[in-house]
Design a binder for this molecule. Structure first.
Ligand SMILES: C[S@@+](CC[C@H](N)C(=O)[O-])C[C@H]1O[C@@H](n2cnc3c(N)ncnc32)[C@H](O)[C@@H]1O
Length: 235
């Protein structure tokens, strides 16, 4: 499968993005140290996860849930499904789910070909993931497909800094970063989401503009809005 333009000045994955199998292998190697560094991850990103995901409702899908870092920030009332391509990351996510009082399951699945019917979830969340997907557009289109009309797609992503020297460093080292970690660290998450046609309700950047919080709606909602706008006012 070819790569899409992710919005960065030049996609470091180019025409030869890592395969899903490459990504699975690389996370098999690093799952245990990612788990050991969970305390640091929480310090750095916990407030953004809480802000974006703290009020989700209903049936919730966490796409590329990794070790389940988002799980403690979700209300205990949700019915949660977490998916990821890495069995090693999911093993930690499963343990975490058992420790928390959240109803849910985790499953091994490719974000680019979700095994759920259309309109299955009230809320779809994903964090620090689009930089890693071999085909981020396909993954976002799948999130759009499985989110119910009127639902929410919430993304916490990292990308190209708003601060010139930092952004230039990210551009300069993007190829090396992609080769070593499979991560497009200079992509522009908001441009990526807009390129897929998801209506964005709110977006903000933080931490030198490296983190982006996005609240989007399923693309079908914009069709509904357009039809409503043309209906005679019956009130
Ligand atoms: C940087 S980690 C982020 C994990 C977690 N969401 C977090 O915020 O800590 C990226 C995750 O994406 C997963 N991933 C990458 N490509 C995937 C794909 N095509 N389908 C499902 N998961 C994928 C990796 O296995 C890894 O767990």
């Amino acid at each position: 499968m070819g790569s899409h333009n992710t919005g960065a000045a030049r996609d470091p994955a180019g025409e030869r993005p890592m395969s899903v199998e490459d990504i699975r292998e690389s996370y098999a190697e690093c799952a245990s140290w990612i788990d050991r560094l969970d305390w640091l991850e929480r310090r750095l990103t916990g407030r953004y996860r809480r802000r974006l995901f703290g009020d989700v409702e209903g049936r919730v899908l966490d796409v590329a849930c990794g070790t389940g870092t988002n799980f403690p920030y979700l209300p205990s009332t949700v019915d949660l499904v977490g998916i990821d391509i890495s069995p090693e990351m999911l093993a930690t996510a499963r343990d975490r789910l058992e420790e928390l009082e959240v109803d849910g399951t985790v499953e091994e699945m490719n974000a680019q070909a979700l095994d759920f019917p259309d309109d299955s979830f009230d809320t779809v969340i994903s964090s620090l993931s689009t930089c890693t997907f071999p085909d981020p557009v396909a993954a976002l289109e799948e999130m759009d497909r499985v989110c119910k009309p009127g639902g929410r797609i919430l993304l916490f992503e990292h990308g190209r800094s708003d601060v010139g020297p930092v952004a230039r460093f990210q551009d300069w080292s993007a190829d090396a970063q992609y080769a070593s970690a499979g991560c497009r660290w200079n992509q522009e998450p908001l441009e990526l989401v807009l390129s897929v046609g998801l209506p964005v309700r709110a977006a903000s950047t933080h931490f030198l503009g490296i983190f982006t919080l996005i609240e989007a709606r399923p693309s079908r909602d914009s069709l509904v809005d357009a039809v409503r706008a043309h209906l005679p006012n019956t009130r």
